[in-house]
Structure formats: structure tokens, C-alpha cells
Design a protein around this ligand. Structure first.
Ligand code: FES
Ligand SMILES: [Fe+2]
Length: 361
């Protein structure tokens, strides 16, 4: 992986040509990305509000691997491969729940929420000693600003080292610690995962495609800043627009910030009521992507202004989905095999440089 300065210098140059379009249409590229991008980067898997009580757990997939995240009876949150050490069966089938013991459905081995083997019913004779150390295999996990990340790469840098001052920037939103994960929506997008990231990383299209967005934000002062393995964009809300609220304090006024974190996570904080949303682009295959939108507010009973904010965000996203699905059609065409960048698209340049670096091209 390139150093921060190397990436920064490259991002500051104006590149004429984008990634070639075969990187959006070739199944072999996605295969390599699964190993060299998704299995080696920090992936958001959840929020501490999903694990408030001992024994609570949720399951997920990271780079095609089944993962379980638990809060043990000792209150500690841990992540494991959701795979039985006896003969590889996927251990917990439910998406979430609360249990004192996890039981494999094949031969009935049981495990404590801290990953230790509890009982192996088919190994109670002289063979018992040979399974006594067969615990669940743990996965690198870190929690910052209540967000739970895992990384399948045991040698990966820490979250803080990876994303520099990103978490310091978030700390200026004092309400983040009070938020709960309220709901999650998914949508299958008929496009390569990188197409949506490209779309998110520039706002040249905002005037054309997002009338409600440009009517609300001060686009003259819209900025895009590339940072260490992430970028941030946004602007002040226009003074006469209030996003459904009449009582914006200054911290909230400045809240229109849209972050991207390498490789596939976006974090948005809109002006108005305390809010955050995360967007993850999870490849289904090389031309289909599962978009996962998660909303975080103070309380699950949303106020009208919070509902308005979700409606606003959903509208903008649908506009983006329509665009990238049209783009994917063109990626497959023989008409062109590369695009060009404008001056204001340096965050895409940064993303593309990182993709090429990760793929060793
Ligand atoms: S595979 Fe899990 S108990 Fe046998
Ligand atoms: Fe957009």
C-alpha cells in the first residue's frame, strides 16, 4: 500500500484517464478485489447499539466469509468466523439474537459467547483431550465512535493508523455517541461496486441530477478534500433552508459532511437533527452490488423532521442509482474503454489510484 504522501501527490495531479472499463465488467477483477481489497481492509459490520446486553450477537458476511459478533457474558464485544471448528459448518444461522451458548446444528458442539468450546458431545471419551482447545477462530475487530469494524487481515494497520484523523473529525459531532442504529435498507444495484463509489466521490453531477440537493446546500462553497485513505466533501446549508427544523445550533448547521472511507464505506451526516447514515457497497458479482443503507438517530420513534431527512436522502440515492445503472450499460459497450476526469474529481483519482495499487497494476 502506498504511503499517505504518495497517494496525496498522485491525487493532486490531474489525471486524464479513469480506470479502464474492464475493471467494472470482468469477473476476474472482482475475484482479485475480494482477496486484495475486501479481505484486507476494515469493513463496517455493525454498531454497539446492536449489542447492548450480554449474550447479544449478530451475524454478517465480510469478503464472502461468515462472521459473528458477540457481547460475551463478561460484557466484552468480540468477532469470530461463524464457522464450527469441528467440521466447518456455519455455526449460528440467525441474523441476530441473544443466547448464553451457541450450538452447532450438525453434531451439537456448543460454544460460549467468548468463543471457548463448551461441550463436544461426540468427544467425551479418551478423545476428549484432543478437542479441548478447539475454540472459535477470532477476527480482528475494533470499535470507534460506536461503529464496529472487522478486518480479515491479521497484519492490517489499526483503524486509527489507517484512517488518520477521520475519527478526530467525527468527534466534533458530540451527538454521535447518543445515536442508535435505527433501521437498515438494502437495494440491489445493477452496476459494479466501484461505479457507485465513483458517483459518490464527485458532485459535478449534482446540478444535473439532484435538484433537491443543490436547492438545499450552498454549492458555491462545496468542497472536496482528500485525506489519508478517506475523503470528505460538503458545504454549509443555505441560510434560508432548514431541512425541516427551525432550531439549528451551530454544530448542526455545519453538519453537512459526506465521507468516503477506503474501500466501500460512506458515512453521511446531514444538517438538522442528530443523525448519521452509513452506505456500504457490497459486491454480489462483478455487475451487481448490494447497497446497504443504515440510519442512526437518537430514538427509533422518528420525529417528522427525521422522517423528512430520510426521505430527502433516499430521493438523492435513487437518483444516483439510476445514473450508475446507465453507466454500467456503457461500461460494457465497445464505444470507449476509459473516461476522463474533471479538475474537481480528485477524490475519484485518489480512489482509482488506491484500486490500482491494491490490484498491483
Ligand atoms: S460441524 Fe459443528 S459440531 Fe460437527
Ligand atoms: Fe449523486
Amino acid at each position: 500500500m502506498a504511503t499517505y504522501n504518495e497517494v496525496q501527490n498522485k491525487a493532486n495531479r490531474t489525471f486524464e484517464r479513469t480506470l479502464s472499463y474492464d475493471l467494472y465488467t470482468d469477473p476476474k477483477v472482482l475475484e482479485q478485489e475480494m482477496n486484495d481489497v475486501f479481505a484486507k481492509s476494515w469493513q463496517l459490520v455493525g454498531h454497539v447499539s446492536q449489542l447492548e446486553k450480554p449474550g447479544q450477537f449478530f451475524t454478517t458476511d465480510v469478503a464472502g466469509e461468515p462472521i459473528i459478533v458477540t457481547r460475551g457474558m463478561d460484557e466484552v464485544i468480540r468477532a469470530f468466523y461463524n464457522v464450527c471448528p469441528h467440521r466447518a459448518t456455519k455455526l449460528e444461522k440467525n441474523e441476530s439474537g441473544q443466547k448464553k451458548i451457541l450450538q452447532c446444528g450438525y453434531h451439537g458442539w456448543t460454544f460460549r459467547l467468548n468463543g471457548e468450546l463448551n461441550k463436544a458431545p461426540n468427544f467425551t471419551g479418551e478423545d476428549a483431550h484432543c478437542v479441548s482447545d478447539r475454540c472459535l477462530r477470532s477476527v480482528r475487530m475494533e470499535i470507534l465512535e460506536s461503529l464496529i469494524f472487522v478486518n480479515l487481515d491479521d497484519n492490517a494497520k489499526t483503524l486509527q493508523e489507517t484512517y488518520g484523523d477521520f475519527f478526530d473529525r467525527l468527534s466534533k459531532f458530540p451527538f454521535l455517541g447518543e445515536l442508535k442504529r435505527i433501521n437498515q435498507k438494502t437495494r440491489v444495484i445493477k452496476a459494479n461496486w466501484k461505479a457507485f463509489i465513483d458517483n459518490y466521490l464527485e458532485c459535478d453531477h449534482c446540478h444535473v441530477a439532484h435538484p433537491s440537493f443543490v436547492a438545499t446546500l450552498d454549492m458555491k462553497n462545496y468542497q472536496i478534500v482528500t485525506c489519508q485513505n478517506y475523503s470528505v466533501q460538503g458545504s454549509m446549508i443555505k441560510p434560508d433552508k432548514t431541512m425541516g427544523t427551525t432550531d439549528l445550533n451551530e454544530a448542526e448547521m455545519q453538519g453537512g459532511e459526506f465521507y468516503w472511507l477506503w474501500p466501500n464505506l460512506m458515512v453521511t451526516i446531514y444538517p438538522g437533527p442528530a443523525n448519521m447514515a452509513t452506505i456500504q457497497m457490497i459486491p454480489i458479482d462483478h455487475e451487481n452490488t448490494l447497497a446497504v443503507y443504515t440510519y442512526y438517530f437518537r430514538d427509533e420513534n422518528l420525529t417528522q423532521e427525521e422522517k423528512d431527512l430520510v426521505t430527502f436522502a433516499e430521493q438523492v440515492r435513487q437518483e444516483d442509482v439510476d445514473l450508475v445503472e446507465l453507466e454500467q450499460i456503457g461500461f460494457r459497450s465497445r464505444a470507449f474503454n476509459q473516461g476522463v476526469y474533471s479538475q474537481s474529481e480528485k477524490a475519484i483519482v485518489q480512489f482509482h489510484e488506491m484500486v490500482l495499487e491494491a490490484l498491483g497494476r
